[in-house]
Write a protein that binds this ligand. Structure first.
Ligand SMILES: Nc1nc2c(ncn2[C@@H]2O[C@H](COP(=O)(O)OP(=O)(O)OP(=O)(O)O)[C@@H](O)[C@H]2O)c(=O)[nH]1
Ligand SMILES: [Mg+2]
Length: 272
């Protein structure tokens, strides 16, 4: 059966630093699209989009820098900027959490995401647990049913439910199949719509509008500055060329006087 490239689904990975976002993105796409290495501290420094075909569907995965629980407002703003960059927005947010109860940092991050993305963000969210290898055969449902109330309450808020990935076994495509089934259901519940900038809460919408306005207002000035830099660069290049020519001229002059000197010496030998 040939794979049919249909309308792309866009997923945006969210979560704390080192949660396994980039690894999960790689598992979904089936190749190492994003770099991931715990030893390097925070690996993902900026939002990055990679696309592929998964089970015959065109998908785009947007990886984001890890949140660390404190002073994250600017980072979340960057992520919000990427939402408007990859218009019309993601169909699904994948909130990436390592298997286990929520930590204080997780709770802080979730509050921040809700504040800056707006409450509706959870209508588009699936919880993606990583480190499924830690389960060692135990059923995820059993782990969830005995988990802290904070985790269960959080999952309850997310309309898409939860899945678990073992990113150390990227060849296990059944985990991706399970995720795609959840995504399909969630996209249907949302009437095929995606999370758009129109859903930003008022303050964030205003920040975004202001940023776009500043860019628009300064477009002429920015373009003028680019032209100015370009002509300065050209003038500098001309100056360098001029210097080089002068140097060449000096060399030619030195060479000529050497020739004249040699000629004079030769002449003096030949003169009877
Ligand atoms: N055993 C195991 N290790 C995992 C799993 N998922 C991710 N890791 C490891 O966890 C570390 C962090 O994974 P990343 O995918 O880089 O995490 P991230 O959330 O993208 O990190 P930042 O970009 O820094 O926020 C890496 O060493 C991964 O190999 C998993 O399912 N099982
Ligand atoms: Mg990463």
């Amino acid at each position: 059966m040939t794979a049919v490239y249909t309308e792309a689904w866009r997923f945006l990975l969210l979560g704390k630093r080192g949660a396994g976002k980039s690894s999960a993105g790689n598992t979904i796409l089936g190749w190492t699209a994003f770099s991931s290495d715990m030893t390097l501290g925070r690996v993902t420094a900026a939002c990055e989009r990679k696309a592929g075909v998964v089970e015959g569907k065109g998908v785009a995965v947007i990886d984001t820098p890890g949140l660390k629980g404190k002073k994250d407002r600017e980072m979340v703003r960057e992520i919000l900027k990427s939402v408007s960059l990859y218009r019309p927005g993601p169909h699904v947010f994948l909130m990436v959490l390592p298997v286990g109860n929520l930590t204080r940092d997780d709770i802080h991050i979730n509050k921040l995401v809700e504040k800056m993305f707006g409450k509706k963000v959870w209508n588009y969210t699936i919880v993606l647990f990583t480190h499924g290898d830690r389960l060692e055969g135990a059923a995820l449902n059993d782990i969830i049913s005995s988990a802290d109330v904070e985790l269960r309450e959080f999952i309850r808020k997310c309309s898409g439910g939860y899945v678990v990935f073992n990113n150390k076994d990227m060849r296990d495509r059944s985990q991706v199949t399970r995720l795609l089934a959840k995504i399909e259901t969630l996209v249907a519940i949302n009437g095929n719509g995606c999370y758009t900038t129109a859903l930003y809460p008022r303050t964030e919408r205003k920040v975004r509008e202001k940023q776009e306005k500043i860019l628009e207002e300064n477009k002429e000035e920015i373009m003028g500055k680019e032209k100015e830099i370009d002509s300065l660069y050209r003038a500098e290049q001309l100056l360098i060329l001029n210097h080089n020519l002068l140097d060449c001229l000096e060399d030619v002059k030195a060479w000529m006087s050497l020739n004249v000197l040699t000629l004079n010496i030769v002449n003096s030998f030949w003169t009877p």
